[in-house]
Design a protein around this ligand. Sequence first.
Ligand code: AMP
Length: 562
Amino acid sequence: MKGISSNLSYVHGAGGPPLAGLTIGEVLDAAAERWPDSEALIVRDQGVRWNWSELREHARALAGGLLALGLEPGDRIGMLAPNRAEWLLAQFGSAYAGLVLVNINPAYRTLELEYALKKVGCKALIIETTFKTSDYLAMLGELGPEIADQTAGKLELQRLPTLETIIQLGDAEVPGMFGFGDVLARAGDDLDERLRAVARAIDFDAPINIQFTSGTTGSPTAATLSHHNMVNNALLSASVMRFTADDKLCIPVPMYHCFGMVLGTLLCATTGAAIVFPAAGFDARTTLEAIEEERCTAMHGVPTMFIGALDDPEFSRFDLSGLRTGIMAGAPCPIELMKRVIDDMHMTEVTIGYGMTETGPLSTQTLPNDPIEMRVGSVGRALPNTEIKIVDEADRIVARGEPGELCVRGYNVMLGYWEDTERTAEDLDQTHWMHTGDIADMDEDGYIRIVGRSKDMLIRGGENIYPREIEDFLYTHPRIEQVEVVGVPDPRLGEEIAACIRLGEGETLTEQEIRDFCKGQLAHFKIPRYVRFVDEYPMTVTGKVQKFVLRDQLKEELRLAS
Ligand code: AMP
């Protein structure tokens, strides 16, 4: 029924299952009871194939080991690793132990890692040893040269004052750190009793996960999510996709993001579907191989991943006929790409989701039986139990069809940014609306289209990048006088980073020198692809740089199509 305000851009998603009052640990308990022997986790490059009851046992062992090391409910534990089996143990083990899991992007470099660990006061850290070009133990060695001479679990580090325990994921012993296996073996005979006591004390509204985002305005903030946020987002999205224990989900998206850990692993735990990690990091070929060989029924990805799979030169040799559904989200999803995913990847029921970390993540999703033009051309309608409104600059709800800032309210909105009431208040208003910084419009039937962004952000291959962070870093170069960073269109990644630099009087620098300066300090995806040296910038009459003009000029100069 349409209410009297139906001409305004406000909706409350209806239908779907009721919200569940469960903690993340209870979700895994339920899965292990209901589907004990069904496949739960397949990690192809590690040779792991666990059923739900094995996954639960390993996760409980990790929880017991962490408590035995002296960690207490509420303590923060960092997780820095690409997709591997231990990620699930960290996700569910931390929940069993009541620890707040802090997701750290494996692309982070030394300064970013230091920032993350300090920002939320991590007491422990689980860390991969090396991956691709990253040597994580060397990064830790830079931040804590004392580690090697200290006792594991009792670290006292100058630069990382809260960090007492490091658990490394390699096979060899490392001085000053525990091995992951050592920790699993520490769960004592009183494991059941200890975990029961923690479970009795945990409320589903408690904080359980922190993820770094850039908020809607700039430097990284620590979005804090509760069990309730994440469990229910997984449940509702699973119901939209009609997921069951017969499904098998290919997860090439990273676990450090909600897309992997909520819509991927947690969603499978709520339905008994199997989780397939095709590889530690995204790779189109291994994703296609995993879908074929494991007969996956679903795949999640940001648009760039689907483009990568479809453009693989050997795409046509793969049998993807087992695929049925999945989610494309994280960045604008081009209509033509959606059509190719439906036709060429057999994902006839593929859905588009829209969301952000701060909203656990999804707020809208298309339904498999929505009209085709809405399935490919909108981000769907509000998920059940979710309110959405679109407002103008004065925070007034706009009429249907008019663009404005999309705001979200409901069970999925984060608790806040960790110990940062000021930044929380900037994005989350007093009536609990999350202001997303995304510009959208809503049609008569409640379908939403994302038409732009008010926040100064660009999205490169699904990774959000805030120009300000790169600008601040480049300003530390003594020869740079001014720098403006903008996003320019890129056919594969959606957007690429361009830095326009004005050097100090008489100074010279090359593009390569700029990139070398960034290397090792900034995550690879934040290093500008294009560097241009300029003498002046397009300005407004009030003296502000007109970034959109700069962007257009660069587009022209680089001959890029939007
Ligand atoms: P994150 O916090 O990393 O999940 O990034 C969230 C941001 O990604 C949103 O605020 C949007 O700007 C963008 N985004 C997510 N999903 C979509 C989508 N389906 N279409 C357009 N933009 C999206």
